[in-house]
Design a protein around this ligand. Structure first.
Ligand SMILES: O=c1ccn([C@@H]2O[C@H](COP(=O)(O)O)[C@@H](O)[C@H]2O)c(=O)[nH]1
Length: 271
């Protein structure tokens, strides 16, 4: 099997950079004329998969919106992962996990081991228990050719309190995280260890050149534009991620597909 970085490079070359978030917000279910229950979740999620997954390189379900329905919601998430992959998209599960090492290992087994029903191509992880606490995720990702996206400079306005604070060398906490990623992605081809950098952050003083992919949420609904993506990331491998902005095109499968294709075109033309 090829590494996650290699699979991602091929998928972006074939389908474009857009990452489609499948986040079944209660308000979106209502907009689509669905009840806020498991049946509504199921209809919403599989309509979105059918409309979006054939047209994007990466699908990103946000676990929280499935977890709120308990075990039946998780069962829907398992099928969203499987069906998106069957339609040719890579799946990046947004779970933002991170804990002490032994617990991180259990999370890594849950999300990265192909034997798990929730196994995904990549997941989001939080390094704020110390980057070394992510070692079990890194080792498991290497073992199964999966990927990680480490929270670097997040799209929310509260992020800088932690991420822009300085460490002993005078660099920011986020810059230190990117240093760790640079060390992990030491080959020639795109590495499998990426970072989350919001499309809303204005300008980054940190070097984003760590030879790994960048997930850029905040694109669309939170205000980030194709021009922001181009200015912030230039020629780096970036996955601009939109959830609500795309999902508002539903419930028509055709309209969702058209929204994904149009957004990919806008991104490729630089807006
Ligand atoms: O810094 C971050 C990290 C993750 N997210 C997640 O991305 C989507 C954004 O949804 P939109 O509807 O496109 O705003 C959501 O799942 C967040 O949890 C983020 O927004 N910022």
């Amino acid at each position: 099997m090829t590494t996650f970085g290699e699979r991602l490079s091929a998928a972006v070359a074939e389908r474009g950079p857009l990452c489609a978030g499948i986040d079944p917000h209660a308000s979106l279910l209502a907009d689509w004329g669905l009840e806020d229950d498991v049946a509504g979740l199921e209809t919403f999620a599989f309509t979105a998969v059918e409309g979006l997954a054939p047209h994007v390189s990466v699908v990103k379900p946000q676990s929280a919106f499935y977890e709120r329905f308990g075990s039946r919601g998780i069962a829907v998430l398992e099928r969203v992962i499987a069906e998106s992959r069957a339609l040719g998209a890579l799946v990046l599960l947004d779970v933002k996990r991170g804990d002490i090492g032994s617990t991180s290992q259990a999370y890594a087994d849950a999300y990265l081991d192909p034997a798990s029903p929730l196994a995904s191509d990549a997941i989001t992880v939080s390094p704020y228990l110390g980057f070394g606490s992510l070692d079990p995720f890194v080792e498991t990702a290497r073992r199964f050719d999966a990927g990680l996206f480490v929270l670097g400079l997040t799209s929310n306005k509260e992020g800088p309190e932690v991420q822009s604070a300085t460490v002993d060398t005078g660099e920011s906490v986020a810059a230190r995280m990117f240093d760790h990623l640079r060390a992990l992605n030491d080959g020639d081809s795109l590495g499998s260890f990426g970072a989350v950098v919001g499309a809303t952050i204005g300008d980054a003083t940190e070097s984003l050149d760590f030879n790994g992919p960048i997930l850029a949420p905040g694109f669309g609904e939170q205000g980030g534009t194709p021009a922001d993506i181009r200015r912030l990331f230039g020629d780096l491998t970036v996955l601009p991620s939109s959830s609500r902005g795309l999902l508002r095109a539903g419930p028509s499968v055709e309209a969702l597909a058209e929204a994904a294709q149009r957004t990919n075109r806008e991104l490729l033309s630089g807006g």
